[in-house]
Design a protein around this ligand. Structure first.
Ligand SMILES: [Zn+2]
Length: 63
């Protein structure tokens, strides 16, 4: 597994589109995430919360 910094992506619950959060992490740091994070969605303009379980790294599985 590569250890490059990637954008954390989530699915916007309003539009169903994939959107990037402000978070950029290495895979090892992403796996260590705990808790909830918030960001303002670039698609719908609302603030969404996300957890590691419903997010993924750009370029990884699920993209
Ligand atoms: Zn949204």
């Amino acid at each position: 597994m590569s250890d490059v910094v990637s954008r954390v992506l989530v699915q916007c619950p309003e539009t169903g589109d994939t959107v990037g959060t402000v978070m950029r992490l290495r895979p090892s740091a992403f796996e260590a995430l705990r808790g909830e994070y918030g960001f303002r969605c670039t698609r719908c303009g609302k603030v969404h919360t996300w957890r590691k379980e419903n997010a993924w790294l750009e370029g990884g599985p699920g993209v």
